[in-house]
Design a protein around this ligand. Structure first.
Ligand SMILES: *[C@@H]1O[C@H](CO)[C@@H](O)[C@H](O)[C@H]1NC(C)=O
Ligand SMILES: *[C@@H]1O[C@H](CO)[C@@H](O)[C@H](O)[C@H]1NC(C)=O
Ligand SMILES: *[C@@H]1O[C@H](CO)[C@@H](O)[C@H](O)[C@H]1NC(C)=O
Ligand SMILES: *[C@@H]1O[C@H](CO)[C@@H](O)[C@H](O)[C@H]1NC(C)=O
Ligand SMILES: *[C@@H]1O[C@H](CO)[C@@H](O)[C@H](O)[C@H]1NC(C)=O
Ligand SMILES: *[C@@H]1O[C@H](CO)[C@@H](O)[C@H](O)[C@H]1NC(C)=O
Length: 843
């Protein structure tokens, strides 16, 4: 079973163009296309609009007035031109009723062309349009030309009602209506709130009105080209100083990658063109690169706006050359944005960021891009696309003049049924350009879609390089007071790490280096120093601190403090005396752990993970569970950590790049590849691999071994299924594990490794089973169970052991730990560098 998105991505060659395009088709569960006032179906591009006179059951109205026009002002360039030829006019409150097949976000699009028909001058029409919960329109400002209004609303009822209600004895009208399902993950629940800078949560239930949708540096992208029938207009007229921007186009450079934005986020024609800074004086540019490129948009004051900025580095010659800032009005939206790392070190990978503005107090919104001030080698800045969406206000309205609530039902004059159709022939030529006809229809599986709906993964990482967009952790306001006790002066950090002594480095990650250190109060710490050039913005750094300080558990490595002086981004964690679990299993020459110690370590880490999955309003997926990320304190108590990691989260990126297989490769959930979707059960899978690692004390991937043994999970499962698990256990454990305990342990590991996440136990179940395995080990035998080896497993095969150091994991955080204050309260917080928040329904 495949993800619908994968199914939808079909590579095909365009007949006319010598380029290969990735085309995608989304098959919406609800797809109502209504040409209002028409008596025949109308086709627009490859979509067929039905007539609302033919499908009567959708509409309840007192009086049927079908209007049509021959006006030439219906532009033939417009794909939707045929829809504007007819309209339905309402003299009283009237309602369209749409049964909803699948709840969730839907586009609602209204097409309007205020022509004059009979005694009705639609230019003077004044009316309210609402759903059961939201006022969409109240007193529409008419335009001379045809126009479309687009909304996206999360429909949570079985029926969507759209009511048209004339105001002030005027009439209401509409030329066409669309109610179409939106892919569930198009709008995530979280965004970055600009002021104050923190996570905005709750977009999922917001009604949104598309105010502007712009393709920077490129042509109009019509609804026939966009896979979700959106229209993207050009940016020229919004530029404040147009000669400061340069159009660039390089559509073939766009590389959609798995896990990142898709064609549904924005098509290649949007990501493949951009506006960049113009430094060519002969075209009006400015060689003094110290300027911003600014676009200005009309907005309605009194509303918050969701601004989605799309980026794709189609201009750089090499990686890590482009660093730039993005501003909304004067608020920083992204600082030192480095698209190379957002695209996981592949150029041309699309990226977007969702930003929520404060309530607008001006009728203009400025969006600016400018070069980085700290990275001056290659000054430039780009923007590929922009969407500005109005968010519903607190009374559920998208219109400032909506006093009257939604779903109004005042009735107009009752009247006899009048069917008026003016049979004026229409000279509208619809030049529908089917530029996107390379696409193949693919069926979306409803069930999968529903699964998708229930879980949306949101990468949280500060140095996450492959996000589906910019996502920020859930977080409340970071107030100076609440985090004051965490702040550590830079001088103290510097002193405590011997001025960031290179020889004190205990790990290197994408974020920067990890040093061991000591605070002035004598506490030993691990200091993670953010690379000042890393793309991590201050806002994200702060959010991370906020989040970290919320995750406190004795089985999670805790955050001790942070330092943000001098633009530093430093996180300080507790130091773990006994280093990684991995180092105690193989490759380091440390004495072997007993079975009981191993079980206790597994139980402790399972507790930590269980807490991550369930202890917070939103489940957190660790995403990089491995023995190198389980640290041991002075008492060998296990704590889950994730610093000192390899450079980037390898999992997400290595789907098509099978080179450079990293240490964590052997821990990867195979279902993750199939569904492209991470759940808590992916951690369960990885944890299952750790269990085998603990049992067998060998690397999870050892390429030096014969083929069938290379992958620990496969190899161990083979023996387990044959009932010969005892043959592959660590020689050091020979004769020391009770068969029942081993059986329980093996069974647990096996369940964790189930092919499908649904078949895997929860971390809570795993925990329970491991505790049981420990009891089985300890039962019957009085005294020290490790020594009394009656009924123990005696034989061991010679296949086992003495594996050399796993060279792939270079940066295991070998840290010890000192403070004696570790108890349930001081517990542990959790770096989210390789974690993900999961929005799960019903949590
Ligand atoms: C639209 O209708 C035409 C005939 O009226 C039909 O051939 C075509 O397949 C329909 N298209 C879709 C997308 O249903
Ligand atoms: C729609 O709203 C419901 C809650 O009312 C939420 O659970 C769901 O995730 C939302 N769907 C989308 C696509 O945001
Ligand atoms: C600047 O623009 C002019 C006119 O388009 C062009 O001929 C010239 O090559 C450009 N210079 C650079 C450095 O790109
Ligand atoms: C947008 O930019 C213009 C020109 O810099 C400025 O006058 C205006 O105040 C800005 N608007 C907002 C809302 O910041
Ligand atoms: C760009 O705009 C931002 C926000 O208004 C401002 O803080 C910054 O100084 C501007 N940069 C330049 C070079 O004008
Ligand atoms: C509209 O926005 C408010 C927040 O401003 C939110 O609480 C509400 O759920 C949204 N939707 C409706 C139907 O009011």
């Amino acid at each position: 079973m495949m993800d619908w998105r994968k199914l939808g991505l079909v590579i095909c060659a365009l007949n006319l163009l010598p380029l290969v395009c990735f085309c995608a088709t989304f098959v919406p569960a609800d797809n109502y296309l209504i040409d209002c006032g028409s008596t025949t179906p109308t086709s627009v591009g490859n979509r067929n609009f039905t007539s609302d006179t033919l499908s009567k059951k959708l509409l309840t109205t007192q009086r049927e007035i079908l209007a049509s026009t021959s006006a030439n002002s219906v532009s033939s360039k417009d794909d939707e031109a045929p829809l504007y030829k007819t309209a339905r006019v309402f003299t009283g409150s009237s309602k369209y009723t749409f049964p909803i097949n699948q709840k969730g976000r839907h586009w609602i699009r209204f097409y309007f062309f205020p022509f004059i028909y009979d005694k009705y001058n639609l230019n003077a029409a004044k009316f309210v349009v609402s759903t059961q919960t939201i006022v969409l329109i109240s007193g529409l400002t008419m335009q001379k030309n045809p126009f479309m209004k687009e909304y996206s609303i999360n429909v949570t009822t079985d029926i969507l009602e759209i009511t048209f209600r004339p105001l002030d004895s005027s009439v209401a009208f509409v030329n066409a209506i669309e109610v179409v399902s939106v892919p569930d993950d198009l709008i995530a629940d979280d965004a970055l709130n600009l002021n104050p800078s923190m996570t905005y949560s709750g977009l999922g239930t917001q009604a949104l009105e598309t105010v502007w949708r712009v393709n920077m540096g490129g042509p109009v992208v019509t609804s026939g080209v966009d896979p979700l029938q959106r229209t993207w207009v050009t940016d020229q007229k919004f530029l404040r100083t147009s000669n400061l921007a340069n159009d660039v186009s390089n559509i073939p450079a766009v590389k959609y990658t798995f896990g990142g934005p898709t064609q549904f986020t924005a098509p290649p024609s949007v990501y493949g063109t951009a506006a960049e800074m113009n430094t060519n004086t002969s075209t009006g540019g400015d060689t003094n690169i110290n300027f911003n490129v600014t676009w200005q948009f009309d907005v309605e004051p009194g509303f918050q706006y969701l601004v989605r900025a799309h980026f794709c580095d189609i201009v750089s010659k090499a990686l890590n050359l482009l660093y730039f800032n993005v501003y909304i009005d004067s608020m920083a939206a992204a600082k030192e944005l480095d698209l190379s790392s957002k695209g996981n070190n592949v150029l041309g990978v699309p990226y977007f960021t969702d930003l929520v503005t404060p309530i607008a107090d001006s009728n203009k919104l400025n969006v600016s891009i400018g070069p980085s001030t700290s990275y001056k080698d290659n000054p430039n800045a780009i923007l590929n696309g922009l969407e500005i969406m109005k968010m519903n206000n607190s009374i559920g309205s998208l219109s400032a003049n909506a006093a009257s609530g939604a779903g109004g039902d005042s009735s107009g004059s009752s009247s006899s049924h009048v069917g008026l159709i003016a049979g004026v022939s229409v000279g509208v030529v619809s030049a529908v350009v089917l530029a996107g006809v390379c696409c193949i229809l693919c069926r979306k599986r409803r069930r999968l879609a529903q699964q998708r709906q229930s879980k949306t993964w949101i990468p949280l990482s500060v140095n996450d390089t492959h996000t589906m967009g910019s996502k920020y952790s859930n977080g409340t306001t970071i107030s100076a007071a609440s985090n004051f006790e965490y702040r550590v002066p830079f001088a103290e950090v510097k002193e405590g790490t011997n001025n960031f002594d290179e020889s004190w480095v205990i790990g290197v990650g994408g974020f920067g280096k990890v040093y061991k250190g000591e605070l002035r109060d004598g506490r030993k710490v691990a200091v993670k120093r953010g690379n000042p050039l890393s793309q991590q913005g201050i806002a994200e750094f702060r959010t991370e601190i906020e989040m970290l300080s919320q995750f406190r558990h004795r089985h999670l490595v805790s955050l001790i403090g942070y330092c943000d002086e001098n633009n530093e981004m430093i996180l300080i964690y507790e130091y773990m005396e006994n280093g990684t679990l991995k180092s105690h299993l193989y490759g380091s020459g440390l004495p072997s752990l007993s079975w009981k110690q191993r079980l206790e370590i597994c139980i402790g880490s399972a507790r930590g993970l269980h807490y991550l999955h369930t202890g917070y309003a939103k489940a957190v997926i660790h995403r990089d569970v491995k023995s190198a990320n389980i640290l041991l304190d002075e008492n060998l108590m296990a704590k889950v950590a994730d610093f000192g990691l390899s450079k980037t989260g390898p999992e997400l990126d290595q789907t098509h790049v099978s080179t450079a297989v990293k240490g964590s490769f052997g821990y990867l959930d195979p279902e993750y590849f199939r569904r492209q979707q991470l759940t808590e059960k992916s951690d369960v899978y990885s944890f299952g691999v750790v269990l085998f690692e603990v049992l067998c004390a060998r690397p999870v991937i050892d390429p030096s071994l014969p083929r069938e043994k290379v992958n620990l999970a496969e190899w161990a499962m083979k023996f387990l299924k044959k009932g010969q698990l005892q043959q592959i256990i660590d020689t050091a454990l020979a004769g020391k594990i009770k068969p029942e305990s081993l059986r329980k342990f093996g069974e647990t590991a096996e369940k964790c490794l189930a092919d499908y996440g649904v078949d895997r136990p929860s971390m809570g179940d795993v925990l329970w089973n491991l505790e049981y395995a420990l009891q089985l080990q300890e039962a019957e035998v009085q005294g020290d169970p490790e020594e009394n080896s009656t009924n123990m497993i005696g034989e061991l095969s010679p296949q086992v052991n003495n594996f050399h150091q796993d060279a792939n994991v270079s940066s295991a955080s070998a840290v010890q730990f000192e403070t004696s204050t570790v108890d349930d309260l001081s517990g542990v917080s959790m770096s989210r560098v390789f974690s993900q928040l999961v929005k799960s329904e019903g949590r």
